[in-house]
Ligand binder design. Structure first.
Ligand SMILES: [Zn+2]
Ligand SMILES: [Zn+2]
Length: 72
């Protein structure tokens, strides 16, 4: 069973696949050193304990993901 990244369409490595909290799609694990080339970004403090991920497509549409707490 091969899954592909919902952003770049390349095959996903089981170890580096994460789910977007916006659309639920599987994406490559975002690399902090390669943000511009990564398929998504890491989101923290979003009513979730621990880390969450948002894909590039969702982060483009819903910018406030990481700013939710500042508007409370
Ligand atoms: Zn990808
Ligand atoms: Zn998404």
């Amino acid at each position: 069973m091969e899954e592909v990244c919902s952003v770049c369409g390349k095959p996903l490595d089981e170890i580096y696949a994460v789910s977007c909290i916006g659309c639920g799609g599987k994406i490559h694990f975002p690399s902090a050193e390669n943000v511009k080339d990564s398929c998504g970004s890491i989101v923290t403090q979003w009513n979730i304990c621990g880390l969450a991920f948002v894909c590039k497509k969702c982060s483009a549409v819903q910018k406030p993901f990481s700013d939710v707490k500042t508007n409370a």
